[in-house]
Design a protein around this ligand. Sequence first.
Ligand code: ZN
Length: 76
Amino acid sequence: MTRPVMRLLPYRFEQDVAAAPLYEAVCVCGDSEDCGEESGQWLTPHPVEVWMRAHRGDTGHRRFRRAFVDYADVSH
Ligand SMILES: [Zn+2]
């Protein structure tokens, strides 16, 4: 009995530099359910940090889910 041989083709995953990456955050602080306020999407992390700081100051909320989104070009 022979075992099947898995061959992994050498794919490359490169960031698509033609598409700008995006930064955002969502407030996940809350007693029974998440607050859910969103920073909106930005081209740099700084406006997201400014929004989180302001939201913390306004509400006392201090826990956020952050996301960084980019686009990938896959080739081999
Ligand atoms: Zn909040």
